[in-house]
Design a protein. Structure first.
Ligand SMILES: Nc1ncnc2c1ncn2[C@@H]1O[C@H](COP(=O)(O)OP(=O)(O)O)[C@@H](O)[C@H]1O
Ligand SMILES: [Mg+2]
Length: 576
């Protein structure tokens, strides 16, 4: 169990034990610091008129500092801005904000700032303030979303604590709130840490189902005018997930249009359920909640909870819990989908760059050769002299022979079959052998985890191709431009990084100078698209070295066929 999870459980336990607003506030402060890495955290509680602060709780400031600062803020300046306008506020430097009054004497320096409102039953209750992110950088979008989820939870917990404090019999209600906090924070962390949508949705489905004791919980995602049954938990018929249904006339479409949870006990909704959407796939239910997944006014789908397992039906409390879960789930889906879009964009860009590289290569090598062939033949033809014609045809045939060889090697380069079929190590060995046959002395070290039996799966297709192209380009350049005699090649895979280095003893060049070549540029593009780094160093008359470091990514376990890495994400994995 990591520290943050322990922190969450501590909050949970204390809420259960204390039923006390004070305790809730204190725990939320700690959890907020932990989640965002803020050095200081504070929680301001609004006064009755809601235009100032009645209380101000802090973390990270000791007694002595507190005495030095003197009176606590009452809610003017930047804090006042958050009171007047309760939306998240994220600043790189709080002191330079237009509402800032500056800090009182003795106040520790603070620059990065994140403030989010805490609402209780839809009414402003206070604000959560975080300052001085530990990395010395500004707070991120993830921090903001994490803090907002926590503020949402604080609102629910404060409401509970107010309403139920002292009533032992309401312990169950509270337990649910605690579970909701736990689920919320788990999801917040999953969203921050990764963007594997399938895994996140599975987590949401499982936690959601447990939270409201539903027989099943299904997450439907919107794709144009269809809903995809993207994830689910509980007693689901086989083959249900992955199916798509038309959005039209479904309960989901009503929920999304109204922006409100719909109940299957409603007569109209029941009719929709029975005739359209998932009800049409053979699912039956006597009760159900259909909650819209909306993030920043954009609809992403719905959470559907079917049939309550305990005695009685779903109640308003279940509805509220599911709605708070839906808020974090929608954030998760939005984040993951924008990441997937970004990956798609990058793949398209890489393919585009690749195509233009080959267009250039074909232009330079083949088109130029054909041009000179035409020149030879047409000059001879114009002369009208039989002897010259015969000589030109002979020369032309020779030229053609050469062009065919060039074209053939271009085609082999375009798709290195050795890489596909035999893997990276064998393909690199073949490259190095070819360089040796052309007269270069090559020292090579290739250590790859899969080939050495340290890893179960091959490297991702894009990564293999990139490493191959770096070595290929560097070897070609060393021979062609550097006229090198000795080259060392090292391709070494460590835990999370792959290091590639190719050094030659050739004549070197000025890497800062712009050239018309595309080799080094293409190398940089490929490496950057994979999130790696490359540097080219060269000293005239001493040699050139190309050094790259790339993050290790592997093919999913199922794909043993080779080729490019699959576009589909791996199947949902359990995270529980
Ligand atoms: N190993 C090397 N030794 C000497 N010069 C090099 C080396 N690698 C690259 N260069 C120089 O950098 C230029 C750009 O290289 P590159 O981008 O691969 O383009 P291209 O090979 O198509 O000319 C080359 O034209 C050459 O002048
Ligand atoms: Mg080159």
């Amino acid at each position: 169990m990591d520290q943050a999870t322990r922190g969450v459980l501590k909050v949970a336990r204390s809420v259960l034990e204390q039923l006390d607003v004070e305790q809730v506030l204190e725990r939320v402060l700690d959890a907020a610091r932990e989640l965002t890495g803020a050095r200081y955290a504070a929680l301001g509680v609004l006064d009755e008129s809601r235009d100032g602060l009645a209380r101000f709780l802090t973390r990270g400031i000791d007694e002595e500092q507190r005495r030095e600062i003197g009176s606590l803020p009452t809610g003017r300046g930047v804090l006042g801005e958050l009171i007047r306008n309760p939306v998240p506020l994220r600043l790189e430097d709080v002191g330079s904000h237009r509402y800032s009054y500056g800090f009182p004497v003795g106040h520790p320096p603070m620059s990065s700032f994140l403030g989010v409102p805490i609402m209780v039953r839809g009414e402003p209750y206070g604000n959560l303030y975080l300052t001085e992110k530990d990395s010395g950088q500004a707070f991120t979008q993830d921090d903001e979303e994490g803090a907002m989820l926590l503020a949402d939870f604080a609102g629910v917990a404060i409401d509970h604590a107010r309403r139920f404090s002292g009533f032992e019999s309401q312990r169950l209600q509270l337990e649910r709130t605690v579970q909701a906090l736990d689920a919320t924070i788990q999801i917040a962390r999953a969203v921050g840490g990764e963007t594997d949508l399938a895994a996140i949705l599975e987590l949401v489905a499982k936690r959601g189902r447990a939270l409201v004791s539903a027989k099943m919980l299904i997450i439907e995602l919107l794709h144009g005018d269809e809903l995809e049954l993207a994830a689910g938990a509980g007693d689901l018929p086989r083959g249900l997930l992955g199916q798509r249904v038309p959005l039209e006339n479904t309960v989901a479409s009503a929920a999304l249009r109204a922006g409100q949870t719909q109940r299957l006990t409603d007569r109209l909704m029941r009719a929709r359920f029975e005739q359209h959407g998932i009800g049409n796939l053979g699912l039956t239910a006597t009760d159900g909640l259909v909650v819209p997944l909306v993030f920043r006014n954009h609809p992403y789908g719905v959470l559907v909870a079917l049939d309550h397992l305990g005695q009685g039906a779903f109640d308003v409390e279940h509805e509220r819990l599911l709605e708070s879960l839906a808020a974090s789930a929608a954030t998760a889906v939005a984040t993951a989908q924008s990441a997937a879009d970004e990956r798609h964009r990058q793949r398209v860009a890489a393919a585009e760059a690749e195509r233009s590289r080959w267009a250039r290569e074909l232009h330079d090598e083949t088109l130029q050769a054909l041009g000179s062939l035409r020149l030879i033949l047409s000059t001879a033809q114009r002369s009208g002299d039989a002897e010259r014609m015969r000589a030109a045809v002979g020369q032309g045939l020779e030229q053609l022979e050469l062009d065919i060889t060039t074209l053939r090697s271009l085609i082999t380069e375009l798709r290195p079959t050795a890489l596909d079929q035999l893997g990276l190590e064998a393909a690199l060995t073949a490259l190095i052998d070819r360089a040796r046959r052309s007269g270069l002395e090559v020292d090579a070290e290739v250590r790859l985890a899969y080939e050495d039996g340290r890893a179960g799966e091959r490297l991702a297709g894009e990564l293999e191709t990139t490493v191959y192209r770096i070595v290929q380009e560097a070897l070609t350049n060393a021979g062609k431009h550097g006229e090198a005699t000795r080259i060392t090649v090292a391709v070494v895979e460590e835990e999370a990084a792959l290091h590639v280095a190719v050094s030659d003893d050739g004549r070197g060049f000025d890497p800062g100078a712009t050239t018309s070549g595309f080799g080094l540029e293409g190398m940089r593009e490929r490496v950057e698209l994979l999130g790696g780094q490359v540097s080219v160093q060269s000293v005239p008359q001493e040699g050139t070295s190309v050094v790259a470091t790339l993050p290790v990514t592997r093919r999913p376990a199922a794909d043993a066929s080779g080729g490019a890495s699959p576009a589909q994400p791996s199947s949902p994995r359990s995270r529980a």
